[in-house]
Design a protein around this ligand. Structure first.
Ligand SMILES: [Zn+2]
Ligand SMILES: [Zn+2]
Length: 409
């Protein structure tokens, strides 16, 4: 059977998250909050999922640049690998620094910094938009002359390392602090305390920060680190997390008169965006719920969804090559809707009920190829919709069951 062993990354990372959770418990520290961890994992699930559709594209892109525009012909020897590693880490430093300094790039990277907790689940907060922008930066590597196979292999290893620096359970690491980006250095990067802002951009080596003047050491006796954005998002909505800054940026561009000033906003610094704009957009697009469900049943339901989609994602990635495009698309959409659903549940949204109906429709569509008679599928769809319309009080019952009460609209 032709299996995609890269799928093992899912249980691999989950194992270490579980381990960190146990270590934190043992250290009697409260590093994991339920809603926060679920929201972090949701972002990561979407990225893993969409990766399956983009990874081949990225390879083709590197291959194309290498074949047509490579400046040198670099070969995979020891020197070649060392050079590639240094080049990758150097490009990462600049990609990451510019992702913080330029609005257009920050609109994708901001998602990585929204978590107000700091643990391994935060490392999952990468979006497909960020992957796209990063690929733009990586394209300098085939241009120099590194072959696409070398780049993709190194990027996998290079992408593995940062997972392990998102933790509060590990203190300082002695002499390694001078060379590598350690958990201590990366805690500084995620902290929003004024003295730590926009520091420690490195991925594997800390030397670039020291070289370009962005290095700051974590002071152990200093005030406690505050994680997250300087203006906390305070929302677990999957869509709001992904798109709020894009909307803020769009709104700022819209309000700026003149073409050149508009472009300047896109490439300007995030600090220049008026914080009032987010408040105004939140009023328009993000209604905050007064209900905060914390019951065991509610948590159990959210956790059940999470375990469910993680299992589906793992099997989907493992059998990727065996699944038809029809089912790949439907499963991907099903998972994405579930992620929105999970976020909406954490936000105690009423419309989560409609997502449940949509998911049911997707399940029926998935069964479509196995049903010999297309009429039966149409009938199933119609019955589902009729049931929903007929039992409109089903929604209240559902909401009461999940949240313990019916939240205001
Ligand atoms: Zn960052
Ligand atoms: Zn990070």
């Amino acid at each position: 059977m032709n299996l995609n062993w890269m799928a093992l990354a899912v249980p691999f990372f989950l194992f270490f998250m579980g381990l960190e959770y146990l270590v934190a418990k043992w250290q009697k520290k409260d590093y994991f909050r339920f809603n926060n961890s679920v929201a972090n994992l949701n972002v990561g699930i979407a990225e893993r999922l969409l990766d399956t559709f983009t990874v081949g594209l990225f390879y083709f892109f590197y291959e194309y640049i290498h074949r047509h525009y490579a400046l040198f012909d670099l070969q995979p020897g020891v020197l070649g690998w060392v050079a590639l590693f240094l080049a990758t880490d150097f490009v990462w430093y600049w990609y990451h620094r510019l992702a913080h300094e330029i609005n257009l790039f920050w609109s994708a990277h901001v998602v990585h910094h929204q978590s107000e907790d700091f643990n391994y689940t935060v490392s999952a907060r990468i979006t497909v938009f960020q992957a796209l922008i990063r690929t733009g930066f990586w394209s300098i590597l085939p241009l120099i002359g590194f072959p696409a196979e070398m780049i993709t292999t190194l990027l996998i290893l290079h992408g593995l390392y940062p997972f392990f620096i998102h933790t509060r359970t590990i203190g300082k690491l002695g002499w390694l602090e001078y060379i590598l980006v350690t958990p201590s250095h990366h805690r500084v990067h995620h902290a929003s305390n004024p003295e730590y802002l926009d520091k420690n951009y490195g991925d594997v080596l800390i030397i670039w920060d020291k070289l370009f003047g962005t290095f700051v050491e974590e002071k152990e006796e200093a005030v406690e680190l505050v994680y997250g954005l300087t203006k906390p998002l305070e929302s677990h909505s999957f869509l709001w997390q992904q798109f709020h800054f894009m909307m803020e940026l769009f709104e700022t561009v819209r309000r700026t008169p003149g073409f050149i000033p508009k472009i300047k906003v896109l490439f300007g610094r995030p600090d220049d965006i008026d914080p009032e704009i987010r408040d105004q957009l939140e009023k328009r697009f993000l209604s905050r719920s007064s209900v905060h469900a914390t019951s065991r049943r509610f948590r159990g339901y959210v956790l059940g969804q999470l375990i469910g989609i993680l299992t589906i994602l793992f099997v989907f990635l493992l059998l990727e090559k065996q699944v038809s495009v029809y089912h790949q698309t439907l499963i991907a959409l099903f998972i994405l809707i579930t992620l929105v659903n999970c976020g909406a549940l954490l936000e105690q949204r009423q419309w989560v009920f409609y997502l449940e109906i949509t998911r049911a429709c997707f399940l029926i569509l998935m069964a479509f190829p196995y049903l010999t008679n297309p009429l039966s599928v149409s009938l199933l769809l119609i019955i589902t919709l009729l049931l929903w319309v007929y039992f409109s009080n089903l929604q209240n019952r559902y909401l009461r069951l999940v949240y313990g009460t019916v939240p205001a609209k």
